[in-house]
Design a protein around this ligand. Structure first.
Ligand code: UT7
Length: 325
């Protein structure tokens, strides 16, 4: 029996021009290139220019994704932007992107699940597409974490970077089999009991300030691999796929040690793991779509490949999505 699936028609990305190296950071706080590379795998990250906002990054990524899909803003009726660093408290940065794309039609909104934001946005857009509420959606992850970092705290400021990635989803009729293209299964979780392990110490309703990111890195690390593996097992159980079926593992890019440990636990060979953390750092909601953009652009991810996406972030929020490109 045929069914409607959200099929990816194109991917795009954008990285701000300014590169911030580990050596430059070691002149700002007491750290070293060696410590950062060994503990995280990060060599460098990008930082948005003064006056360059999350919506600007997201707009570049959205345009690139539309170009890649061979579509124009007129074809889009839904924009979901995952971000924890919007331009303003309101209106949503997605609405700003909608305006900058010249759109007066459709609907745009932000969604906040920090580093899991892209998977939450993808799942939300997919549900709307399958419910017939949208035909073609832009799903964007865009962040300017440089604006919420405490640049005197070496335990966090070396980890994050700015960037944006986007995909275009299209409602396509598919046979309703495991071999279908599109989002095949999505599994999201959250648990607010972990809120103090990774949070921002400000906000419009609490302090009236933007605040700075705070993290118990060692604690987050301790939970990350186990929680993510559990939700991936749930995705496998729901679909009948196994790790052996996966063509590309596209994890959230927080730390190379977490990525490699998760791949090892699942039995996915390292050659099938997309890694960008060395050059991007942790770009939160942008990390997965940036990785999709990079690996589809260089020809690794091809039409028909089965992808496993996963993430864990502040909240905690976490999830896994199986997607055939
Ligand atoms: O995207 C959302 C999810 N976030 C994550 O997944 C992040 C998860 N956590 C991590 O990636 C790692 O825990 C970190 C990279 C944050 C830290 O690595 P770690 O191996 O867990 O190090 P640690 O926190 O146990 O710190 C080891 C030592 C400490 O010194 P002592 O107490 O052993 O003397 C830290 O003070 O390293 C010190 N340290 C640093 N040294 C140099 C902490 N940050 C730095 C730094 N440079 N930047």
């Amino acid at each position: 029996m045929s069914t409607i699936r959200s099929v990816v028609l194109g991917a795009g990305g954008y990285l701000p021009e300014k590169v911030l190296s580990n050596d430059e950071l070691s002149r700002m706080v007491q750290t070293s290139d060696e410590w950062i590379r060994q503990r995280t795998g990060i060599r460098e990250r990008r930082v948005a220019a003064d006056g360059e906002f999350t919506s600007d990054l997201g707009l570049h990524a959205a345009r690139a994704a539309l170009d890649n899909a061979g579509l124009t803003p007129a074809d889009i009726d839904l924009i979901v932007l995952a971000t924890a660093t919007p331009d303003h408290t309101f209106p949503a940065a997605a609405v700003s992107i909608q305006k900058k794309l010249g759109m007066k039609h459709g609907v745009a909104f932000d969604l906040q699940a920090v580093c899991s934001g892209f998977l939450f946005a993808l799942t939300t857009a997919d549900a709307m597409v399958r419910a017939g509420q949208a035909k073609r959606a832009l799903v964007i992850g865009a962040e300017t974490f440089s604006r919420i970092l405490d640049w005197t705290d070496r335990s966090t400021c070396v980890l994050f970077g700015d960037g944006a990635g986007a995909v275009v989803l299209s409602a396509e009729s598919q046979p309703g089999w495991r071999s279908d293209r599109g989002v095949l299964s999505a599994h999201l979780r959250s648990d607010g009991n972990y809120e103090k392990m990774l949070y921002v110490d400000g906000g419009p309703s609490s302090t009236g300030t933007v605040g700075h990111l705070r993290m118990e890195g060692r604690e987050v690390f301790k939970y990350a691999v186990g929680m993510v593996s559990d939700v991936i097992d749930e995705a496998f159980a729901a679909t009948g796929f196994t790790a052996a079926d996966i063509d590309w593992f596209v994890p959230h890019q927080a730390n190379i040690r977490i990525i490699d440990a998760t791949a090892r636990k699942l039995g996915i060979p390292i050659e099938k793991v997309i890694r960008t953390v060395d050059r991007h750092g942790n770009t939160s909601a942008a990390s997965i779509p940036l990785a999709l953009w990079e690996a589809s652009r260089d020809g690794r991810i091809k039409k028909g490949d089965l992808l496993l996406l996963e993430s864990l972030g502040g909240g905690f929020t976490w999830g896994a999505v199986l997607l055939r490109w």
